[in-house]
Design a protein around this ligand. Structure first.
Ligand code: MG
Length: 159
């Protein structure tokens, strides 16, 4: 059996007049994340972790921002595509653990929905997926509430 680890990171700044999407879940807030797509940094970190684990580069390689096809798309489209890459390489998810770093809004009421959303998209039982939230304790740009960052680590297994 082959076991692979992958890690991913992403961050996006806040902008007014956009929905705040995290893990494919819309979180009620007056600001959203700005990006070429919907700015869902949690999904982007998960995608990079999955691609890294199977040696398939990163999101920039698969979904270049120069490609108009990906402008404004909902990030679950990326996750669906990355899940296909993982499956095509013969891997399945061992587990996924992610952390969202945000000063605001309070994310704990939404973590279960994010976990459910990611597991549904990846087609795995919910207990293989973990989503946690942390504040940056006022430190740096994230601590000043200028945006949100996410970290993800995955284990992939291939019989
Ligand atoms: Mg991103």
């Amino acid at each position: 059996m082959s076991v692979r680890i992958g890690q991913g990171f992403d961050a996006h700044r806040f902008g007014l007049g956009r929905p705040l999407m995290l893990g494919g879940v819309q979180v009620p807030f007056e600001k959203g994340l700005v990006g070429h797509s919907d700015g869902d940094c949690l999904i982007h970190a998960v995608c990079d972790a999955l691609l890294g684990a199977c040696g398939e580069g990163d999101m920039g390689r698969h979904f270049p921002s120069s490609d108009e096809r990906w402008r404004g798309v909902e990030s679950h489209v990326f996750l669906d595509e990355v899940a296909r890459v993982v499956t095509a390489r013969g891997f399945s998810l061992g587990n996924l653990d992610a952390t969202v770093i945000a000063e605001e809004p309070r994310l704990s009421p939404h973590l279960a929905a994010m976990r459910e959303s990611l597991s549904r998209r990846l087609g795995v039982p919910v207990d293989l997926v973990s989503v946690k939230a942390k504040s940056a304790d006022g430190l740096g740009a994230i601590g000043r509430g200028e945006g949100i960052a996410a970290l993800a680590v995955v284990l992939l297994v291939r019989p």
